[in-house]
Design a protein around this ligand. Structure first.
Ligand code: ASP
Length: 380
């Protein structure tokens, strides 16, 4: 039964209208050792570890033509079993970290990936790691790992757009390419990468562009890092890291602050900024119109909330690409080239480490082109 809006509003203000889940059930992390995964370890091959989290790559439909509405459920061992070729190029160990659609990836899973991947890459005999993940939020986990993994070894995030049961499922070849990349000497020193559909992109810039089609991951302005030809990775450039990369050490961090993203549009509700803070947001990212804009009314409301609470605000863009320059008004930090979902992660990690708003502004400014960052410093 639908409640009349006025009744719902008053029930909600009393905390009676909806019961929100308090916590998503935790998934125990399971390890499949190299001895579990392959009958014989080949000492001449590199060691790669797969961290499986779920997504379409681990999903099955009820028929081979079903490409929406399937369900997640395949474990890491089944992913490996579907591509026995990966055991010809590497010795594989696997962690089942979660098995969820990527919309449900949360701070618990991210912090576990941070801890396990840093431990794994510190082992001398591990060449690189692969994270299997749903494509919907893959760019967020990849960007998070870019910021927190302290290693020059390859971290490769991979998914699939078609479930394992579909005609022309893309998961198996994507996984083979990801494992190849994780153990490729020419992939070292390039940070976290995203690979699907033969393309290799930087986690810093790559984003999902199409909700359905196979060829969905692109970084429009920055371009791709490389490409697979006959399962061999080729790179267009020598290894380089993104401009302005800040590395975060999350040792001792047990939770991440709540950061909301508010989507700007005509007639945006100015009360959303206050609602976010009342609901516990410690930072707000605006997916602004154009280069980070909002209506005059919403801007006044946002500034009032900022002045009253000091909650950090970052202005990004709802357009799929572009640059948000630093704002004259001064209360919102400009996201530069980062889209809202990546801005959210950078803000979240900065606040998790207790940075002041000035320090957060510096973290973002480091990602701007040098003259913009210098001009901004002068204004402060
Ligand atoms: N629903 C899926 C996810 O977990 C979509 C995908 O993996 O392509 O993101």
């Amino acid at each position: 039964m639908l409640l009349p809006r006025a009744l719902f509003t008053s029930l909600f203000s009393l905390g009676l209208a909806v019961a929100l889940p308090t916590a998503i059930p935790d998934h125990p992390t399971t390890l499949f050792t190299r001895q579990d995964v392959q009958s014989a370890i080949n000492a001449s091959l590199p060691n790669v570890t797969i961290f499986a989290t779920g997504g379409t790559i681990a999903s099955q439909g009820t028929s081979n033509t079903q490409t929406v509405g399937y369900s997640v459920g395949l474990g890491v061992q089944q992913l490996i079993d579907a591509v026995p070729e990966i055991l010809n190029i590497s010795n594989i160990a696997g962690y089942q970290v979660s098995n969820v659609g990527s919309g449900s990836i949360n701070e618990t899973i991210l912090l576990r990936l941070n801890e396990l991947i840093n431990i794994e890459l510190a082992k001398e005999d591990v060449a690189g790691v692969v994270v299997t993940h749903g494509t919907d939020t893959l760019e967020e986990t990849a960007f998070f790992l870019q910021l927190v993994v302290n290693s020059t070894k390859p971290v490769v995030c991979v998914g699939a757009m078609r479930p394992a049961t579909a005609l022309s499922a893309d998961g198996p070849l994507n996984l083979l390419q990801a494992v190849t990349l994780a153990s490729a000497p020419n992939a070292v020193g390039r940070g976290t990468m995203i690979t699907l559909n033969d393309r290799i992109g930087s986690a810093w810039y790559t984003t999902k562009n199409n909700a359905n089609s196979l060829d969905t991951f692109y970084s429009t302005e920055a371009g791709q890092l490389g490409f697979f030809i006959n399962q061999v990775p080729y790179f267009y450039f020598d290894p380089a890291l993104p401009v302005g990369l800040t590395q975060f050490d999350l040792t001792g961090v047990t939770d991440l602050p709540m950061i909301d993203i508010l989507y700007a549009h005509q007639d945006m509700d100015p009360g959303l900024f206050n609602s976010s803070v009342v609901n516990g947001a410690e930072g707000i990212v605006l997916a602004g119109v154009g280069a980070g804009g909002i209506s005059a009314r919403a801007s006044i409301a946002a500034e009032a909330v900022y002045n009253a609470t000091g909650v950090a605000m970052v202005a990004s863009h709802r357009s799929s690409d572009g640059f948000v320059p630093s704002s004259e008004g001064g209360f919102a930090i400009a996201s530069g080239f980062l889209n809202p979902q990546k801005s959210r992660i950078l803000l979240q990690l900065s606040l998790a480490l207790g940075y002041s708003n000035e320090e957060v502004a510096d973290v973002f400014a480091a990602t701007y082109p040098a003259p913009v960052a210098a001009a901004m410093r002068k204004r402060r």
